[in-house]
Design a protein around this ligand. Structure first.
Ligand SMILES: Cc1cc2nc3c(=O)[nH]c(=O)nc-3n(C[C@H](O)[C@H](O)[C@H](O)COP(=O)(O)OP(=O)(O)OC[C@H]3O[C@@H](n4cnc5c(N)ncnc54)[C@H](O)[C@@H]3O)c2cc1C
Length: 385
């Protein structure tokens, strides 16, 4: 029989970060169990790779600060690249309500230590992106250390470094049961056999609720399809642009090499396991794109280079991180609601500290406990893209 100090269910970016952070603390008798034949086949490889500190709540802002700092030092710390590009996030408001909202967030971000976030004028915005239709723009906010990473590289970096330190990874292995004895995790049943352990981390991405169920827990995490349109190489806009968010429609875009990634939260999507790309989405998004950036009328799109994946949504759009109530030894790292790549470093840090030290050095971390839903202490993150 195999024995591990910690079993991590799911080998995506979150499971890999937890493994890395545990290994850094000297906890290396760790096993990652991943059911696919490669890592990153869940949400991780589908991500747009955006990272930002421009959030509304202190916990999200602080998680971003830790994470962005780690991305900026990733190679030095892990020996692998994160592909971090500090090109910024530019939020563009077209009405006073949105501008007031950005202003309130800006104050919160500054109070939390984001020293370089700025409110910007229409003139500043046009200087940054001259191609924007600007008549209705009333202002915005910009943070230069926001930007993008390569999610696959980050996951690989975390995972490789953890394995260099002794962490084991089982691929093509399904976790089919969590053995709980007298309220304490005793082991995990897998398609490769039983693993005896007293600590399990649920890092199963969109499948988190079904993994929680294996331990008799109810987890309010639901998958929601999100689609990305990748353009063909397009030279009308600069490859140095930030992520640009048109708050009037939710349409946002960023450069990716010589091409652009276009995204838009389609309000018609409903919860469910769907990863098929809907060709009709291209027209829907290009309508929004062209209304803000007329140059996009000439862009070419090959539908085969577009894709869809799943967000893991919670009712208040915040992650669920912490101990599972009633099941000693079970830890949750779920429900990132579109922010799992950018918050993977902080999540690994919090979960590893809970396991090794019994408490996290993130003072706000208890706010992310799953009990908040039953207690009515919901956090509201409105800056969801
Ligand atoms: C289109 C799109 C764009 C996005 N853009 C961004 C962005 O710009 N910035 C950002 O921060 N986030 C973004 N996200 C969200 C981000 O991708 C996710 O939050 C993140 O990847 C979650 O990582 P994870 O490791 O928790 O989940 P996953 O990568 O899904 O990994 C979970 C793993 O668990 C495995 N698993 C599940 N059940 C079992 C089982 N029973 N046994 C064994 N293994 C199991 C799965 O096979 C999977 O590999 C985006 C997501 C999508 C879909």
């Amino acid at each position: 029989m195999t024995t591990a100090d910690v079993v991590i269910i799911g080998g995506g970016i979150v499971g890999s970060s937890v493994a890395y952070h545990l290994a850094e603390r000297g906890c290396t008798n760790v096993l990652i169990v991943e059911r696919e034949d490669r890592q990153g086949m869940g949400s991780t490889a589908k991500s747009m790779g955006g990272v930002r500190a421009q959030f509304a709540t202190p916990i999200n802002i602080r998680m971003s600060l830790y994470s962005i700092d780690l991305f900026s030092r990733f190679e030095e710390v892990t020996g692998h690249t994160a592909g971090y590009k500090a090109q910024g996030y530019l939020f563009v408001a077209t009405n006073q309500r949105h501008l007031d909202y950005l202003e309130a967030n800006y104050r919160q971000q500054r109070a939390c230590g984001v020293n370089n976030v700025e409110m910007v004028t229409r003139e500043d915005i046009v200087k940054t992106v001259p191609q924007l239709v600007a008549d209705d723009i009333v202002g915005g906010s910009f943070c230069p250390t926001d930007g993008f990473v390569d999610p696959y590289s980050v996951m690989t970096g975390f995972s490789k470094r953890a394995r260099e330190r002794g962490v084991k990874l089982w691929l093509e292995t399904d976790v089919t049961g969590i053995d709980v004895k007298q309220g304490q995790v005793a082991g995990v049943q897998t398609s490769r056999g039983y693993v005896s352990t007293r600590a399990v981390v649920n890092a199963a991405g969109p499948w988190a609720a079904s993994v929680a169920e294996l331990a008799g827990l109810e987890l309010p995490v639901e998958p929601l399809r999100r689609q990305i349109v990748k353009t063909e190489p397009f030279s009308e806009l600069s490859p140095r642009l930030p992520m640009v968010i048109d708050m009037s429609t939710g349409f946002h875009f960023r450069p990716e090499g010589s091409a652009f990634l276009l995204a838009w939260p389609d309000p018609e999507e409903t919860h469910g396991f769907r990863t098929d790309f809907d060709y009709g989405f291209i027209e829907k998004i290009l309508t929004r794109a062209v209304s803000r950036v007329p140059e996009f009328a000439d862009v070419e799109v090959n539908p085969r280079r577009c894709w869809a994946g799943m967000y893991e949504m919670t009712p208040d759009h915040h992650a669920i991180i912490g101990r599972a109530p009633g099941v000693e030894g079970m830890f949750l790292a779920n429900g990132f609601s579109g922010h799992g790549v950018m918050h993977s470093p902080a999540t690994g840090k919090i979960v590893s500290e809970l396991i090794v030290d019994g408490a996290s050095s993130f003072a706000d971390a208890p706010a992310l406990r799953v009990e908040r839903f039953k207690e009515g202490n919901l956090l509201e993150e409105t800056a969801v893209l």
